[in-house]
Design a protein around this ligand. Structure first.
Ligand code: FES
Length: 152
């Protein structure tokens, strides 16, 4: 089947029910997408399909009906995405394992709601777990990213 990922089109020869995460990591070698729980309960594997945040570990590749964006392609080709810049400025990451999923979730939130309230940020990010407890910095970085877009 044919998949467009981070602006590039790929032909992949895989079973229809293979999770998108497996295709991204094992077939296309896009390692920025992380395997966390495997049951869509932690958010580490979050990518965008048609701009929507999805859990790639529980998305059969045959159900992918549009372009996929991973953390590797979020800011390309020009520069880092505003969310990535805000994450760096805020020094959000601790171990870092959850962070590509957090950033993809935050980017999807801001695409839909450019000036979210604290409650809206907490709600949107509630499915993305961080064992290091970086939640206060995540919220601060989302607000910083919103301000960078000039709409907050
Ligand atoms: Fe370690 Fe989130 S930074 S799990």
């Amino acid at each position: 089947m044919r998949l467009t990922v981070d602006g590039q089109t790929h032909e992949v020869d895989v079973e229809d029910d293979m999770p998108l995460l497996w295709v991204l990591r094992d077939e296309l070698k896009i390692k920025g997408v992380k395997y966390g729980c495997g049951i869509a309960a932690c958010g580490a594997c979050t990518v965008h399909v048609n701009g929507e945040a999805v859990r790639s570990c529980q998305t059969p590749v045959a159900d992918v009906d549009g372009p996929v964006t991973t953390i590797n392609g979020l800011g390309r080709p020009e520069a880092l995405h505003a969310v990535q810049e805000a994450w760096i400025e805020t020094q959000v990451a601790q171990c870092g394992y959850c962070q590509s999923g957090q950033i993809m979730q935050a980017a999807a939130l801001l695409a839909e709601n450019p000036a979210p309230s604290d409650a809206e940020i907490d709600e949107a990010m509630s499915g993305n777990l961080c064992r290091c407890g970086t939640y206060p910095r995540i919220r601060a970085a989302v607000k910083l990213a919103a301000s960078k877009t000039g709409r907050a």
